[in-house]
Design a protein around this ligand. Structure first.
Ligand code: CP3
Length: 354
Protein backbone atom coordinates (compact mmCIF):
# COMPACT_ATOMS: atom_id res chain seq x y z
CA UNK A 1 0.00 0.00 0.00
CA UNK A 2 1.41 3.42 -0.88
CA UNK A 3 2.59 5.39 2.12
CA UNK A 4 2.13 8.75 0.46
CA UNK A 5 0.08 9.65 -2.56
CA UNK A 6 3.05 10.20 -4.90
CA UNK A 7 3.66 6.43 -4.69
CA UNK A 8 0.48 5.47 -6.53
CA UNK A 9 1.40 3.53 -9.67
CA UNK A 10 -0.93 5.79 -11.70
CA UNK A 11 1.00 8.88 -10.63
CA UNK A 12 4.37 7.24 -11.21
CA UNK A 13 3.34 6.34 -14.77
CA UNK A 14 2.11 9.88 -15.44
CA UNK A 15 5.45 11.24 -14.15
CA UNK A 16 7.37 8.64 -16.18
CA UNK A 17 8.90 7.20 -13.04
CA UNK A 18 9.62 3.44 -12.89
CA UNK A 19 6.58 1.15 -12.77
CA UNK A 20 6.37 -2.63 -12.39
CA UNK A 21 3.42 -2.86 -14.81
CA UNK A 22 1.12 -0.54 -16.75
CA UNK A 23 -1.58 1.07 -14.59
CA UNK A 24 -5.15 1.08 -15.81
CA UNK A 25 -8.52 2.73 -15.30
CA UNK A 26 -11.54 2.90 -17.60
CA UNK A 27 -13.35 5.99 -18.82
CA UNK A 28 -16.96 5.83 -17.56
CA UNK A 29 -15.96 2.93 -15.31
CA UNK A 30 -18.96 3.67 -13.09
CA UNK A 31 -22.21 3.40 -14.98
CA UNK A 32 -24.89 1.41 -16.68
CA UNK A 33 -22.85 -1.66 -17.68
CA UNK A 34 -22.66 -2.47 -13.92
CA UNK A 35 -25.75 -4.20 -12.43
CA UNK A 36 -25.00 -2.60 -9.05
CA UNK A 37 -25.14 0.85 -10.73
CA UNK A 38 -28.43 0.03 -12.44
CA UNK A 39 -29.83 -0.92 -9.05
CA UNK A 40 -28.99 2.53 -7.62
CA UNK A 41 -30.37 4.14 -10.81
CA UNK A 42 -33.66 2.29 -10.44
CA UNK A 43 -34.15 4.11 -7.15
CA UNK A 44 -32.67 7.54 -8.05
CA UNK A 45 -32.39 9.69 -11.15
CA UNK A 46 -28.94 10.44 -12.55
CA UNK A 47 -28.67 14.05 -11.36
CA UNK A 48 -29.77 13.14 -7.82
CA UNK A 49 -26.98 10.57 -7.67
CA UNK A 50 -24.46 13.22 -8.79
CA UNK A 51 -25.71 15.75 -6.25
CA UNK A 52 -26.07 13.46 -3.22
CA UNK A 53 -22.53 12.94 -1.92
CA UNK A 54 -23.27 9.56 -0.28
CA UNK A 55 -24.78 8.19 -3.51
CA UNK A 56 -22.06 9.71 -5.72
CA UNK A 57 -19.41 8.19 -3.44
CA UNK A 58 -21.10 4.78 -3.44
CA UNK A 59 -21.33 4.69 -7.23
CA UNK A 60 -17.74 5.97 -7.61
CA UNK A 61 -16.50 3.02 -5.56
CA UNK A 62 -18.61 0.30 -7.22
CA UNK A 63 -16.21 -0.50 -10.08
CA UNK A 64 -13.25 -0.67 -7.68
CA UNK A 65 -14.98 -3.36 -5.63
CA UNK A 66 -15.47 -5.50 -8.70
CA UNK A 67 -12.29 -4.85 -10.71
CA UNK A 68 -8.56 -4.33 -10.08
CA UNK A 69 -8.46 -0.69 -11.20
CA UNK A 70 -5.66 1.74 -10.37
CA UNK A 71 -7.86 4.78 -9.78
CA UNK A 72 -11.34 5.89 -8.90
CA UNK A 73 -12.95 8.70 -10.93
CA UNK A 74 -15.48 10.91 -9.22
CA UNK A 75 -19.04 10.09 -10.26
CA UNK A 76 -20.32 13.36 -11.65
CA UNK A 77 -20.90 14.99 -15.02
CA UNK A 78 -19.31 17.73 -17.08
CA UNK A 79 -22.73 19.38 -17.52
CA UNK A 80 -23.10 20.19 -13.83
CA UNK A 81 -20.81 23.16 -14.45
CA UNK A 82 -23.13 24.83 -17.01
CA UNK A 83 -25.93 24.16 -14.54
CA UNK A 84 -23.93 25.90 -11.79
CA UNK A 85 -23.62 28.84 -14.20
CA UNK A 86 -27.41 29.12 -14.25
CA UNK A 87 -28.39 26.99 -17.25
CA UNK A 88 -31.23 24.49 -16.72
CA UNK A 89 -30.22 20.86 -17.18
CA UNK A 90 -32.15 17.63 -17.50
CA UNK A 91 -31.31 14.13 -18.69
CA UNK A 92 -33.98 12.56 -20.83
CA UNK A 93 -34.13 8.79 -20.55
CA UNK A 94 -32.47 7.12 -23.56
CA UNK A 95 -31.92 10.47 -25.28
CA UNK A 96 -29.25 12.24 -23.24
CA UNK A 97 -28.90 15.74 -21.88
CA UNK A 98 -30.94 18.87 -22.57
CA UNK A 99 -29.78 22.37 -21.54
CA UNK A 100 -31.83 25.55 -21.81
CA UNK A 101 -32.04 28.34 -22.66
CA UNK A 102 -29.51 28.05 -25.46
CA UNK A 103 -26.65 30.54 -25.08
CA UNK A 104 -26.67 32.16 -28.50
CA UNK A 105 -26.48 35.91 -28.02
CA UNK A 106 -25.41 38.67 -25.72
CA UNK A 107 -28.68 38.61 -23.82
CA UNK A 108 -28.48 34.90 -23.00
CA UNK A 109 -24.79 35.23 -22.07
CA UNK A 110 -25.84 37.77 -19.44
CA UNK A 111 -28.03 35.24 -17.59
CA UNK A 112 -24.91 33.28 -16.61
CA UNK A 113 -23.75 33.64 -13.01
CA UNK A 114 -20.03 32.75 -12.75
CA UNK A 115 -19.91 34.20 -9.24
CA UNK A 116 -22.15 31.39 -7.96
CA UNK A 117 -20.20 28.39 -9.30
CA UNK A 118 -18.30 27.66 -6.07
CA UNK A 119 -21.36 27.67 -3.83
CA UNK A 120 -23.47 25.64 -6.29
CA UNK A 121 -20.87 22.89 -6.64
CA UNK A 122 -20.38 22.32 -2.94
CA UNK A 123 -21.84 18.80 -3.28
CA UNK A 124 -18.82 17.95 -5.46
CA UNK A 125 -16.28 18.77 -2.73
CA UNK A 126 -18.32 16.76 -0.27
CA UNK A 127 -18.44 13.75 -2.59
CA UNK A 128 -14.65 13.96 -3.08
CA UNK A 129 -14.07 13.99 0.68
CA UNK A 130 -16.37 11.01 1.23
CA UNK A 131 -14.72 8.98 -1.54
CA UNK A 132 -11.25 9.78 -0.19
CA UNK A 133 -12.16 8.70 3.29
CA UNK A 134 -13.50 5.39 1.95
CA UNK A 135 -10.46 4.85 -0.28
CA UNK A 136 -8.31 5.29 2.84
CA UNK A 137 -5.19 6.10 0.83
CA UNK A 138 -5.25 2.84 -1.14
CA UNK A 139 -6.11 4.27 -4.56
CA UNK A 140 -5.95 7.74 -6.07
CA UNK A 141 -9.06 9.69 -7.09
CA UNK A 142 -9.41 11.44 -10.46
CA UNK A 143 -11.45 14.64 -10.75
CA UNK A 144 -12.60 16.13 -14.05
CA UNK A 145 -14.29 18.88 -16.05
CA UNK A 146 -15.32 19.36 -19.65
CA UNK A 147 -13.19 21.55 -21.90
CA UNK A 148 -14.56 25.06 -22.44
CA UNK A 149 -15.31 24.28 -26.10
CA UNK A 150 -17.13 21.02 -25.26
CA UNK A 151 -19.24 22.81 -22.63
CA UNK A 152 -19.94 25.67 -25.05
CA UNK A 153 -21.09 23.15 -27.65
CA UNK A 154 -23.68 21.73 -25.22
CA UNK A 155 -24.73 25.20 -24.07
CA UNK A 156 -25.35 26.45 -27.61
CA UNK A 157 -26.85 23.24 -29.02
CA UNK A 158 -29.07 22.48 -26.02
CA UNK A 159 -29.33 18.92 -27.21
CA UNK A 160 -26.74 18.14 -29.87
CA UNK A 161 -28.26 18.54 -33.33
CA UNK A 162 -27.15 16.42 -36.25
CA UNK A 163 -25.45 19.27 -38.09
CA UNK A 164 -24.31 21.10 -34.95
CA UNK A 165 -26.10 24.08 -36.37
CA UNK A 166 -25.91 26.35 -33.33
CA UNK A 167 -22.25 26.01 -32.38
CA UNK A 168 -21.24 26.23 -36.06
CA UNK A 169 -23.29 29.40 -36.45
CA UNK A 170 -21.47 30.89 -33.47
CA UNK A 171 -18.06 29.88 -34.82
CA UNK A 172 -18.63 31.51 -38.19
CA UNK A 173 -21.07 34.33 -37.45
CA UNK A 174 -20.36 35.36 -33.87
CA UNK A 175 -16.79 34.26 -33.07
CA UNK A 176 -16.24 37.11 -30.58
CA UNK A 177 -19.36 36.16 -28.68
CA UNK A 178 -18.23 32.53 -28.61
CA UNK A 179 -14.85 33.66 -27.33
CA UNK A 180 -16.54 35.57 -24.51
CA UNK A 181 -18.45 32.42 -23.57
CA UNK A 182 -15.23 30.37 -23.75
CA UNK A 183 -13.40 32.88 -21.54
CA UNK A 184 -16.14 32.67 -18.94
CA UNK A 185 -16.11 28.87 -19.12
CA UNK A 186 -12.31 28.80 -18.76
CA UNK A 187 -12.57 30.70 -15.47
CA UNK A 188 -15.42 28.42 -14.34
CA UNK A 189 -13.43 25.25 -15.22
CA UNK A 190 -10.42 26.58 -13.29
CA UNK A 191 -12.67 27.20 -10.30
CA UNK A 192 -14.31 23.77 -10.56
CA UNK A 193 -10.97 21.94 -10.83
CA UNK A 194 -9.48 24.01 -8.00
CA UNK A 195 -12.46 23.08 -5.84
CA UNK A 196 -11.92 19.37 -6.59
CA UNK A 197 -8.17 19.64 -5.98
CA UNK A 198 -8.72 21.50 -2.69
CA UNK A 199 -11.03 18.66 -1.62
CA UNK A 200 -8.18 16.23 -2.36
CA UNK A 201 -8.35 14.67 -5.86
CA UNK A 202 -4.93 13.39 -6.98
CA UNK A 203 -5.27 13.91 -10.75
CA UNK A 204 -7.65 15.87 -12.99
CA UNK A 205 -8.80 15.13 -16.53
CA UNK A 206 -10.28 17.60 -18.98
CA UNK A 207 -12.70 16.02 -21.47
CA UNK A 208 -12.48 17.75 -24.85
CA UNK A 209 -15.04 15.39 -26.32
CA UNK A 210 -16.21 17.83 -28.98
CA UNK A 211 -12.93 19.52 -29.98
CA UNK A 212 -12.68 17.19 -32.95
CA UNK A 213 -15.66 18.81 -34.71
CA UNK A 214 -13.54 21.90 -35.34
CA UNK A 215 -11.61 22.28 -38.58
CA UNK A 216 -7.91 21.77 -37.80
CA UNK A 217 -7.00 25.41 -38.32
CA UNK A 218 -9.62 26.55 -35.78
CA UNK A 219 -8.81 24.02 -33.04
CA UNK A 220 -6.15 26.17 -31.40
CA UNK A 221 -8.35 29.25 -31.43
CA UNK A 222 -11.56 27.72 -30.05
CA UNK A 223 -10.39 24.80 -27.94
CA UNK A 224 -6.66 24.19 -27.36
CA UNK A 225 -5.78 27.66 -26.18
CA UNK A 226 -8.34 27.63 -23.39
CA UNK A 227 -7.19 24.21 -22.20
CA UNK A 228 -3.60 25.46 -22.18
CA UNK A 229 -4.66 28.39 -20.05
CA UNK A 230 -6.35 25.99 -17.61
CA UNK A 231 -3.21 23.83 -17.43
CA UNK A 232 -1.12 26.95 -16.76
CA UNK A 233 -3.47 28.17 -14.05
CA UNK A 234 -3.70 24.95 -12.09
CA UNK A 235 -0.04 23.93 -12.47
CA UNK A 236 0.94 25.62 -9.16
CA UNK A 237 -1.48 23.24 -7.39
CA UNK A 238 0.92 20.40 -8.32
CA UNK A 239 -1.74 17.89 -9.37
CA UNK A 240 -1.16 16.19 -12.75
CA UNK A 241 -3.47 17.22 -15.59
CA UNK A 242 -4.72 14.86 -18.31
CA UNK A 243 -6.16 16.33 -21.53
CA UNK A 244 -8.45 13.93 -23.37
CA UNK A 245 -9.41 15.09 -26.83
CA UNK A 246 -11.36 13.08 -29.34
CA UNK A 247 -10.58 13.56 -33.00
CA UNK A 248 -7.36 11.92 -34.07
CA UNK A 249 -3.65 12.52 -34.32
CA UNK A 250 -3.87 16.20 -35.24
CA UNK A 251 -5.31 16.96 -31.83
CA UNK A 252 -2.38 15.21 -30.12
CA UNK A 253 -0.12 17.34 -32.28
CA UNK A 254 -1.99 20.49 -31.29
CA UNK A 255 -1.77 19.63 -27.58
CA UNK A 256 1.85 18.44 -27.52
CA UNK A 257 2.99 21.88 -26.29
CA UNK A 258 0.14 22.21 -23.78
CA UNK A 259 2.34 21.31 -20.78
CA UNK A 260 -0.32 18.78 -19.73
CA UNK A 261 1.23 15.86 -17.86
CA UNK A 262 -0.64 13.29 -19.94
CA UNK A 263 -2.61 13.28 -23.19
CA UNK A 264 -5.56 10.94 -23.73
CA UNK A 265 -5.48 9.15 -27.08
CA UNK A 266 -8.78 8.22 -28.74
CA UNK A 267 -9.25 4.78 -30.32
CA UNK A 268 -9.13 6.14 -33.87
CA UNK A 269 -5.53 7.21 -33.43
CA UNK A 270 -2.65 4.77 -33.77
CA UNK A 271 -0.82 4.75 -30.42
CA UNK A 272 2.60 4.46 -32.10
CA UNK A 273 1.86 7.60 -34.15
CA UNK A 274 0.64 9.40 -31.02
CA UNK A 275 3.88 8.52 -29.29
CA UNK A 276 5.94 9.82 -32.21
CA UNK A 277 4.01 13.08 -32.22
CA UNK A 278 3.94 13.62 -28.45
CA UNK A 279 7.61 12.73 -28.05
CA UNK A 280 8.77 13.44 -24.53
CA UNK A 281 6.24 16.18 -23.98
CA UNK A 282 3.65 14.14 -22.10
CA UNK A 283 2.72 10.67 -20.92
CA UNK A 284 -0.03 9.00 -22.96
CA UNK A 285 -3.30 7.36 -21.94
CA UNK A 286 -5.43 4.96 -23.89
CA UNK A 287 -6.50 3.76 -26.33
CA UNK A 288 -8.37 0.48 -26.78
CA UNK A 289 -11.48 0.78 -28.95
CA UNK A 290 -14.44 0.41 -26.51
CA UNK A 291 -15.99 -1.72 -29.25
CA UNK A 292 -13.17 -4.27 -28.90
CA UNK A 293 -14.93 -5.47 -25.76
CA UNK A 294 -17.71 -6.80 -28.02
CA UNK A 295 -15.11 -9.10 -29.55
CA UNK A 296 -13.63 -12.24 -28.07
CA UNK A 297 -10.75 -12.95 -25.73
CA UNK A 298 -8.23 -13.59 -28.50
CA UNK A 299 -8.97 -10.27 -30.20
CA UNK A 300 -8.87 -8.34 -26.91
CA UNK A 301 -5.56 -9.94 -26.06
CA UNK A 302 -4.16 -9.01 -29.49
CA UNK A 303 -5.37 -5.41 -29.24
CA UNK A 304 -3.88 -5.05 -25.74
CA UNK A 305 -0.56 -6.37 -27.02
CA UNK A 306 -0.55 -3.91 -29.92
CA UNK A 307 -0.91 -0.98 -27.48
CA UNK A 308 1.51 -2.24 -24.83
CA UNK A 309 4.18 -3.04 -27.44
CA UNK A 310 4.40 0.66 -28.29
CA UNK A 311 5.83 1.34 -24.83
CA UNK A 312 7.63 -1.96 -24.07
CA UNK A 313 8.90 -1.48 -20.50
CA UNK A 314 8.93 2.31 -20.58
CA UNK A 315 6.90 4.26 -18.08
CA UNK A 316 4.69 7.12 -19.28
CA UNK A 317 1.67 5.03 -20.32
CA UNK A 318 -1.65 4.55 -18.56
CA UNK A 319 -3.90 1.94 -20.14
CA UNK A 320 -7.48 3.01 -20.82
CA UNK A 321 -10.16 2.80 -23.49
CA UNK A 322 -10.07 5.35 -26.31
CA UNK A 323 -13.47 6.67 -25.07
CA UNK A 324 -16.09 5.71 -22.48
CA UNK A 325 -17.10 2.09 -21.93
CA UNK A 326 -20.43 1.23 -23.55
CA UNK A 327 -23.52 0.47 -21.44
CA UNK A 328 -23.96 -3.05 -22.85
CA UNK A 329 -20.33 -4.17 -22.46
CA UNK A 330 -20.11 -7.77 -21.17
CA UNK A 331 -18.67 -7.78 -17.65
CA UNK A 332 -16.52 -10.84 -18.21
CA UNK A 333 -14.73 -9.04 -21.04
CA UNK A 334 -13.85 -6.17 -18.66
CA UNK A 335 -12.37 -8.64 -16.18
CA UNK A 336 -10.49 -10.33 -19.00
CA UNK A 337 -9.15 -7.01 -20.32
CA UNK A 338 -7.81 -6.02 -16.91
CA UNK A 339 -6.17 -9.43 -16.38
CA UNK A 340 -4.52 -9.17 -19.81
CA UNK A 341 -3.15 -5.69 -19.16
CA UNK A 342 -1.70 -6.89 -15.84
CA UNK A 343 -0.28 -10.09 -17.28
CA UNK A 344 1.18 -8.70 -20.49
CA UNK A 345 2.59 -5.53 -18.97
CA UNK A 346 4.15 -7.38 -16.04
CA UNK A 347 5.85 -9.69 -18.53
CA UNK A 348 7.15 -6.69 -20.50
CA UNK A 349 8.56 -5.06 -17.41
CA UNK A 350 10.21 -8.17 -15.90
CA UNK A 351 11.53 -9.28 -19.30
CA UNK A 352 13.35 -6.02 -19.80
CA UNK A 353 14.63 -5.87 -16.25
CA UNK A 354 16.47 -9.20 -16.33
O1 CP3 B 1 -15.98 8.02 -15.88
C1 CP3 B 1 -16.75 7.88 -14.91
O2 CP3 B 1 -17.08 6.76 -14.44
C2 CP3 B 1 -17.21 9.13 -14.17
C3 CP3 B 1 -18.47 9.60 -14.56
C4 CP3 B 1 -18.71 10.42 -15.81
C5 CP3 B 1 -20.01 10.59 -16.31
N1 CP3 B 1 -19.99 11.52 -17.31
C6 CP3 B 1 -21.18 9.88 -15.80
C7 CP3 B 1 -22.36 9.74 -16.65
C8 CP3 B 1 -17.87 11.23 -16.59
C9 CP3 B 1 -16.36 11.38 -16.52
C10 CP3 B 1 -18.70 11.93 -17.53
C11 CP3 B 1 -18.20 12.93 -18.48
C12 CP3 B 1 -19.07 13.39 -19.55
N2 CP3 B 1 -20.41 13.67 -19.48
C13 CP3 B 1 -18.65 13.69 -20.86
C14 CP3 B 1 -17.24 13.61 -21.34
C15 CP3 B 1 -16.81 12.23 -21.55
C16 CP3 B 1 -17.28 11.61 -22.82
O3 CP3 B 1 -17.96 10.58 -22.73
O4 CP3 B 1 -16.94 12.14 -23.87
C17 CP3 B 1 -19.77 14.10 -21.59
C18 CP3 B 1 -19.79 14.49 -23.05
C19 CP3 B 1 -20.87 14.11 -20.70
C20 CP3 B 1 -22.25 14.53 -21.00
C21 CP3 B 1 -23.20 13.41 -20.87
N3 CP3 B 1 -23.55 12.83 -19.67
C22 CP3 B 1 -23.93 12.78 -21.89
C23 CP3 B 1 -23.84 13.11 -23.36
C24 CP3 B 1 -24.72 11.82 -21.27
C25 CP3 B 1 -25.79 10.98 -21.90
C26 CP3 B 1 -25.24 9.91 -22.74
C27 CP3 B 1 -25.53 8.60 -22.12
O5 CP3 B 1 -24.59 7.79 -22.09
O6 CP3 B 1 -26.67 8.39 -21.70
C28 CP3 B 1 -24.43 11.82 -19.89
C29 CP3 B 1 -25.03 10.96 -18.87
C30 CP3 B 1 -24.09 10.20 -17.99
N4 CP3 B 1 -22.95 10.70 -17.44
C31 CP3 B 1 -24.28 8.87 -17.55
C32 CP3 B 1 -23.21 8.58 -16.71
C33 CP3 B 1 -22.97 7.31 -15.95
C34 CP3 B 1 -25.49 7.99 -17.87
C35 CP3 B 1 -26.57 8.40 -16.96
C36 CP3 B 1 -27.55 7.33 -16.65
O7 CP3 B 1 -27.35 6.59 -15.67
O8 CP3 B 1 -28.57 7.23 -17.35
Amino acid sequence: MPTKHTDFILLRAIRKQPVERTPLWIMRQAGRYLPEYRKVRNAHDFLSICKTPALAAEVTLQPLRRFELDAAILFSDILLLPEALGVKLEFIENRGPRLWPRILNDKSLRILTPERVGERLRFMSEAVRLVLSELAGEKPLIGFCGSPFTLAAYMTEGTPTRNLKYIKTMIYKEPRLLERLLEMLTAAVIECLTLQISAGVHVVQIFDTWGGILPGHLYERFSARYMKEIVRSIQPLAVPVILFSKGGLDLIKALADSKADMLGVDWMTDMADARDVAGNAAALQGNLDPGALYGNKATVSGEVKKILDVFENDSGHVFNLGHGIMPDTPLDMVTYLIDEVYKQSEAHHSLHKS
